[in-house]
Design a protein around this ligand. Structure first.
Ligand SMILES: C[S@@+](CC[C@H](N)C(=O)[O-])C[C@H]1O[C@@H](n2cnc3c(N)ncnc32)[C@H](O)[C@@H]1O
Length: 258
């Protein structure tokens, strides 16, 4: 651990955060940092979202200020461009935000003028953090597992009559699996907008996560119509190297099969 704390904090709260040696490269789902607490420095893995959300401001300071995450802004502006091209109004969108976390994408969407955003995440700490950090952004926030929806949960989600699905920085690794993405896609009304980001490697011919097949089949079967895609820098790794993702905007034509 060498790179000393970078203290570009949000608002008034400034945490002391230290990153590993930039010369040491970690797999994206093994990256970690140290965060100073009243009782000393604590090691936190980047994918331990429950712990990260429990410390107010840590997610923003770590991923946005230090590691320059650009995903919610990129997806939101691409979505807005496609809405404009289609002559559609953001005010028509009732959005399901899958893997909503503490609400950064929801905040972008509300800023863009959507009618409503409902968050879904698998951990209760996300909902608690979204309510704490961005009260009023989400019309509703469900904690559930999209791969195992009960009939009641499915009916409740369908009751929102979603006209858009967003899923930002949450697909793959040990996060959202293909089956959860499919479950969310299938509770959105036909014709709804679909906006998501995914790491390049999950769309490659070598992909073993199942995402490349799911997305390619959805397109070739005519169930997902792609409107635009952009290769962009999602964030920096702790080495300082850029991590590249694809931002994809499309329209749902029909449900995805199991
Ligand atoms: C990197 S965060 C992204 C949060 C937010 N979308 C953003 O852009 O800031 C990934 C989120 O996906 C959530 N997640 C992981 N697996 C999930 C699953 N199976 N279903 C729903 N959410 C999941 C995590 O709990 C975490 O809050």
């Amino acid at each position: 651990m060498a790179q000393d704390a970078q203290l570009a904090g949000l608002g008034t709260r400034r945490l002391r955060i230290a990153l590993p040696e930039p010369s040491i490269s970690y797999e994206q789902d093994s990256e970690w940092c140290l965060v100073e607490h009243a009782d000393g420095w604590r090691e936190i893995r980047f994918h331990d979202y429950a712990e990260i959300y429990s410390i107010e401001g840590l997610y923003e300071q770590l991923f946005y200020d230090i590691l320059k995450c650009n995903s919610p802004r990129t997806v939101c502006s691409l979505l807005k461009a496609e809405l404009t091209r289609a002559g559609a109004n953001p005010g028509e969108l009732r959005v399901l935000d899958l893997g909503a976390g503490n609400g950064l994408m929801g905040e972008e969407l509300v800023g863009a003028g959507v009618a409503s955003v409902v968050g879904v995440d698998i951990i209760p700490e996300a909902r608690e953090a979204a309510l704490r950090d961005r009260p009023g952004v989400y019309a509703d926030f469900h904690i559930l597992d999209m791969t195992a929806l009960s009939e009641q949960q499915r009916a409740e989600l369908r009751g929102h009559r979603f006209t858009a699905l967003t899923c930002v920085a949450a697909l793959g690794f040990d996060d959202i699996p293909p089956a959860a993405f499919r479950g969310a896609f299938n509770v959105v009304d036909d014709g709804g907008w679909v906006a998501f980001t995914i790491k390049d490697s999950f769309l490659s011919d070598q992909d073993s996560s199942g995402f490349a097949g799911l997305i390619k089949n959805a397109i070739s079967d005519g169930r997902l119509e792609i409107r635009s895609s952009q290769h962009y820098q999602h964030r920096l790794a702790t080495t300082g190297e850029p991590l590249h993702y694809q931002a994809i905007i499309g329209r749902k034509v029909a449900d995805l099969p199991d």
